[in-house]
Design a protein around this ligand. Structure first.
Ligand SMILES: Cc1ncc(C[n+]2csc(CCOP(=O)(O)OP(=O)(O)O)c2C)c(N)n1
Ligand SMILES: [Mg+2]
Length: 340
């Protein structure tokens, strides 16, 4: 392959340092997720666990483009990647997954309820479609305050069939709220293919029905995601209007810890389909892109790999050494005390 210059990368405005940071972030997310599976199986985590393997580009291509703090992010229960990308300490994320007091939600939220408001991360949500009505409120608050900030709201293809999602999007379209909707279209809601659940497969059309412009992009390519998001964020900041990005992607493992790739998925996905999508692994894709352009050597890739593994290992050790929340804190954080 002909050697390209840094200037030819993506839209032309991206520098090597930024590309390496994107690569490092995606590797961190992948290794972190792999470690959560091991720790859950060891009995170190309670509750449930949903991983982001395969979907890394949807977060790595977006979150570093935001102004944090200032902008806001809302995620689904598949939220570890979002917290890590926002800059939440991997130790606090791992501790939360293990229910420890040092976790980012004090050990009371677990995998689905990571949160870090000072960094703009307003949290994961166990309710399918749950972040979308909240985004309407956040978007309204931004508009009310008169800033040019943006609320980024992630949700899945399954959520697109949820009534509250459409009520909330209609309001955002009507009031023109500065929200960037990111549809994580991994084509399955648990074991149900979109082909079996969805009458109208054109999701962008559904957004447009609410007065929200949108487009569909390749969510397996982090540079495509980054370029689209930069362009769209500028548009939202200038117009204050919502925008909808459908990102086509695929989760490489089962829906959650109860569908762990060894049994369940075979009933609704074929081995061939999985392998075809793995050929488009966003991390391998960026790795090969950088290598082909002499922007990354195999030695540098290995250094990143080792650094990331150390970060994940330290997060595990920190979490395991942390205590659980004290019993007498059970009734704290149940209601908002407006006297405080
Ligand atoms: C309102 C609601 N209904 C059902 C569920 C059970 N449930 C949990 S995850 C899920 C699938 C959602 O799929 P999708 O929105 O495509 O997100 P993905 O898991 O693919 O990221 C369902 C039905 C739920 N948590 N909340
Ligand atoms: Mg889905």
């Amino acid at each position: 392959m002909a050697k390209a210059t840094i200037e030819e990368a993506a839209s032309g405005d991206i520098q090597r340092g930024e590309l390496l940071a994107l690569y490092r972030l995606m590797v961190l997310i992948r290794r972190f997720e792999e470690s959560t599976y091991r720790k859950f199986r060891e009995g170190k985590m309670g509750g449930y666990l949903h991983r982001y393997d395969g979907q890394e580009a949807l977060v790595a291509g977006v979150v570093p483009q935001l102004r944090l703090p200032g902008d806001y992010i809302l995620s689904t229960y598949r939220d570890h990647a979002h917290a890590l990308a926002c800059g939440t300490d991997p130790k606090a994320v791992m501790a939360e997954l293990m229910g420890r007091v040092t976790g980012c939600a004090g050990g009371k939220g677990g995998s689905m309820h990571l949160i870090d408001p000072p960094r703009g991360f307003l949290g994961g949500d166990g309710i399918v479609g749950g972040p979308v009505p909240i985004a309407t409120g956040v978007g309204f608050a931004i508009k009310y305050r008169g800033t040019d900030n943006v609320c980024v709201c992630y949700f899945g293809d399954g959520a697109m069939n949820q009534g509250g999602v459409h009520e909330a999007m209609n309001m955002a379209g009507l009031y023109k709220l500065p929200i960037l909707y990111i549809l994580e279209n991994n084509q399955y809601a648990m074991g149900t293919s979109v082909l079996r659940s969805t009458g109208q497969m054109d999701f962008v059309l559904k957004a447009e029905a609410h007065g929200i412009r949108g487009e569909k992009i390749d969510g397996m390519d982090v540079l495509t995601v980054r370029d689209a998001v930069r362009r769209v964020l500028e548009r939202i900041r200038q117009t204050g209007e919502p925008y909808f990005l459908e990102m086509t992607c695929y989760r490489f493992i089962g829906h959650g810890i109860g569908d762990d790739n060894t049994q369940g998925y075979k009933f609704y996905r074929t081995e061939e389909e999985l392998e075809t999508w793995k050929q488009r692994d966003p991390i391998t894709r960026l790795h090969d892109y950088l290598i082909a352009r002499d922007m990354l050597s195999e030695e540098e890739a290995e250094t990143i790999e080792q650094e990331v593994r150390r970060i994940v290992q330290e997060a595990i050790e920190f979490a395991e050494a942390s205590p659980e929340p004290p019993l007498d804190s059970l009734y704290e954080h149940v209601f908002v005390d407006h006297q405080e």
